[in-house]
Design a protein around this ligand. Structure first.
Ligand code: ATP
Ligand code: MG
Length: 579
């Protein structure tokens, strides 16, 4: 393609609205433009990247035995009412009425639609396993769309759904998708990890998220260096501590702590460490309020608490509830004398003695409180977030934390949807059984954004070769006939050799072309100018390293072929089978 024939509106200045590198660079290099909050137009250059990622996904899904179909974006409310998600999904589900006043929604995901198709078209276990996927625009009315394509409201997703006649078959389908995802993200040139993920109430116990490791990630990944354990922070298990404090119990003593509400204020005032203090947090879980004890230097994990209490989500109790139950202002809650709530505690609290806790009285804490003696814990459980250095739950060293971007997720769903929608098949005994399902998503735009987060410098994007909008940026920098002729030759050679080439045919200064080329981020730049041609060479620059070499125009194709084999250095750190 020639630059003059493509709409590539690059920006010299950083757009103010962009908070992350990928968002900024996608706008600056003319890949996307915002149409409304969380809703973007893909410009020609941006669409090329989307299509390349889609093609890799398509090839690997087909290779894994999945078939492509395309479901509608609009789906009728009736299907969603069958599974209860019409009520459950909340405001993320964009609902509308058609001219006959019938309720519809824009699909945020397609379990209902595919399960409806399945129950109408598939009868026998002999037709299984079945795995269908689509690459399609989704709509989720996200409360806080941000970071460009990373968290949009309208976005492109690949979603696949597998159907098996039993659990064992479903596990095989799941492993196939897990392996396909590993190949997809490796081929996209990303550094990623597959981590154990929480399934929430979606059903089943098996799920993995594919996380691209990047500072700007919204998720936290917890892993051991040997790679035997990796989970997201919501899910990461922690063992009860092996150490128990054996200091003698001292008598319970109230102490005045004026205006000291936070861990920091209390520990500074009493000159103690956060490890000697226990926070008492009050949480709402459906109709119930519970109290949870967490060591001062630890953070409560709301997903673990919700799972323990078997509710969808928990929320910190409001000020009024705290004041009513504790009889004290917020900041002084404690377990002693707390009436009418169940008391839970993190494992770490179990081994503690003589702890400092709130006294349910303004400006007061207790020194030397002890469970069993001063208060009774209903249940100890794993209720906190992992921290760097915590022992691995697999007993192999310690945990490390890193930020990650969730680019894909695989779920073993079980029969949640097939049961509620009566999607059954006849087994070999002629008995009806609900199909065992799995579902598998990849965010296409988010994958592109994650690739930029991992591959950029202060000048612009550095595309991994397989998903680059163009492999080579051809940059003539003189106006002579000789330069024009050589450029045309190289262009034809490279196209014939299978390279995607962007030819900057504008009459701009060399500096402008170089800046745009670095910004757009094709892996290779070829500079053609009178000076070099006088020596019989053109200049090849590798975008990532900046390394330059002088090459005869007739050798460009073979030179770039060799370089592209070398630069294709994807480094996945994901195990090949599920731990
Ligand atoms: P998140 O936790 O980030 O909101 P999710 O877990 O709700 O995502 P899934 O339902 O697992 O998302 O969807 C599958 C994939 O679709 C995700 O792994 C992600 O890559 C992509 N995706 C989800 N929501 C968005 C969004 N708002 N914008 C862009 N991509 C998204
Ligand atoms: Mg997810």
């Amino acid at each position: 393609m020639k630059t003059s024939q493509m709409l590539i509106p690059t920006l010299r200045e950083d757009p103010g609205e962009a908070e992350t590198v990928s968002h900024r660079l996608m706008l600056r290099s003319g890949l996307i433009r915002k149409t409304a909050a969380g809703i973007y137009t893909y410009l020609p250059l941006g669409l090329r990247i989307i299509r390349k990622i889609e093609q890799i996904i398509r090839e690997e899904m087909n290779r894994a035995g999945a078939q492509e179909l395309l479901m509608p974006i609009a789906s009728p409310a009736e299907l969603w009412k069958e599974t209860g998600r019409w009520e459950y999904y909340g405001k993320e589900l964009l609902r509308f009425k058609d001219r006959h006043e019938r309720d519809f929604c824009l699909g945020p995901t397609h379990e209902e639609v595919i399960t409806d198709l399945f129950r109408r078209e598939v009868r026998s276990y002999r037709q299984l396993p079945l795995n269908c996927y689509q690459i399609q625009t989704k709509f989720r009315d996200e409360i806080r769309p941000r970071f460009g394509l990373m968290r949009g409201r309208e976005f492109i997703m690949k979603d696949a759904y597998s159907f098996d006649s039993d659990e064992a078959g479903a596990k095989i389908s799941y492993q196939k998708m897990y392996d396909a995802y590993t190949r997809i993200f490796t081929r996209c040139g990303l550094t990623f990890r597959a981590v154990e993920a929480d399934t929430g109430l979606i059903g089943g116990d098996t799920s993995h998220e594919f996380m691209v490791l990047a500072e700007t990630g919204e998720a936290t990944v917890v892993y051991t260096d040997h790679g035997s354990y990796a989970a997201n922070l919501e899910r990461a298990e922690l063992l009860p501590p092996s150490h128990t404090d054996t200091t003698p119990l001292r008598p319970l003593t109230p102490i005045t702590t004026p205006q000291c509400r936070t861990v920091e204020e209390v520990t500074r005032f009493l000159n103690i460490t956060p490890q000697q203090l226990v926070k008492t947090l009050l949480y709402r879980a459906d109709q119930e309020t519970v109290a949870v004890l967490i060591r001062g230097d630890h953070d409560l994990n709301e997903v673990k608490l919700a799972r323990l209490l078997r509710v969808t989500e928990v929320q910190l109790a409001d000020q009024e509830t705290v004041e009513r139950l504790t009889g004290a202002p917020v900041g002084f809650a404690g377990p002693i004398g707390l009436q009418g709530v169940r008391l839970f505690a993190d494992h770490a609290v179990k081994g503690m003695r003589n702890m400092v806790i709130g006294a349910n009285q303004a400006d007061t804490h207790y020194l030397d409180s002890n469970h069993d003696r001063d208060f009774t814990v209903h249940q100890f459980s794993d209720l906190r977030n992992a921290q760097s250095g915590d022992p691995s739950p697999r007993g192999d060293g310690s945990l490390t934390l890193a930020k990650g971007i969730e680019v894909g997720q695989v779920f073993l769903l079980g029969t949640k949807y097939s049961k509620s929608m009566q999607a059954t098949v006849l087994d070999d005994q002629g008995k009806e059984r609900p199909a065992v399902m799995g579902c598998y998503g990849i965010g296409v735009g988010r994958t592109a954004a994650a690739a930029i987060e991992q591959n950029h410098d202060d000048k612009g994007i550095i595309w991994p070769f397989p998903i680059a909008p163009f492999h080579v940026h051809l940059l003539p920098v003189s106006q002579s006939d000789r330069t024009a002729e050589t450029t045309a030759h190289i262009y034809a050679d490279l196209l014939a050799g299978g390279f995607d080439v962007l030819w900057d045919d504008r009459n701009d200064r060399a500096g402008v072309k170089f800046n745009d080329a670095d910004l757009i981020g094709a892996p290779f730049q070829v500079v053609v100018g009178d000076k070099g041609l006088a020596d019989g060479v053109v200049e090849v620059k590798i975008r990532r390293s900046g390394a330059k070499s002088r090459i005869a125009p007739s050798d460009i194709l073979s030179h770039l072929r060799a370089l592209s084999d070398e630069t294709d250095t994807a480094t996945s750190t994901s195990p090949t089978s599920i731990p």
